[in-house]
Design a binder for this molecule. Structure first.
Ligand code: ADE
Length: 235
């Protein structure tokens, strides 16, 4: 997969891309990530990238000719998808991540700033507007990290164990069960006995019930969405 990121703050990405799983995926050639400075396409001696909004109001709007020139400098194919990260976008979730990981070879991410990007760029590029949640960040850069992290970790060969992305919160309709590792007792708290039993059927049943109670307390909305088949299979 190829990912091109258009940003006014390329340094933002230095640390996340040089650590851990994203770095491994880049080093192993599973994903090719390129950062592009939008200001390189800025206007005049001062490389202007923004201006006041028509109609008045606070803040600045990123200029259409600047962002469009930056976007047009990237080589595209028929499969290229452009994403504009903005709090007004459709909310990104695990199924969107899975959809990108399975079906998309090339993603261009445009990080907005200030009061956003001139609407004409969004129309010209056909960018899909995505939000990572109902809160306002200072810009699209900090939204880009969770977005691409959640996509990259789903690409074949990224996680050590191919099973580990299947059995986790949001892939199943339930949140993940509690996990324990050694020692068996820590500050008087014991690992649940069933997990030491070696009885895989009992362990599975404990995990599902534990997931159910975690989901009921943290995300009752997910419990309400469980299908009748789910409850039937649980019996
Ligand atoms: N830019 C600012 N806030 C954002 C959000 N919640 N999601 C995506 N991009 C953003």
């Amino acid at each position: 997969m190829k990912i091109d990121i258009l940003t006014l703050f390329p340094d933002f990405f230095t640390s996340p891309f040089s650590l851990s799983m994203i770095k491994r995926a880049i080093d192993n050639g599973i994903v090719d990530v390129n950062i592009h400075q939008i200001r390189d396409f800025g206007l005049g001696k001062r490389k202007q990238v923004d201006d006041s909004p028509y109609g008045g109001g606070a803040g600045l709007v990123m200029k259409p000719e600047v962002v469009t020139a930056a976007w047009e400098s990237i080589k595209k194919t028929k499969e290229t998808v452009t994403i504009y990260l903005t709090p007004r976008g459709e909310v990104f979730n695990q199924s969107t991540a899975m959809n990108f990981a399975e079906n998309c070879q090339h993603i261009i991410i445009v990080c907005g700033h200030y009061e956003g990007i001139d609407q004409r760029f969004i129309e010209i590029s056909g960018a899909k507007e995505l939000s990572i949640g109902d809160y306002i960040l200072t810009g699209g850069e900090s939204a880009t990290i969770p977005l691409i992290d959640s996509i990259i970790r789903l690409l074949p060969g990224v996680l050590g164990n191919d099973e580990s992305s299947k059995n986790e919160s949001f892939s199943l309709p339930l949140l993940e069960h509690d996990q324990y590792t050694m020692p068996r007792t820590f500050r008087g708290l014991k690992v649940p006995k069933v997990l030491l039993s070696g009885d895989h059927a009992k362990i599975e049943s404990w995990r599902i019930r534990n997931s159910l109670s975690k989901t009921a307390s943290n995300r009752p909305d997910l419990i309400a969405r469980l299908s009748p088949e789910f409850w039937e299979n649980l019996k």
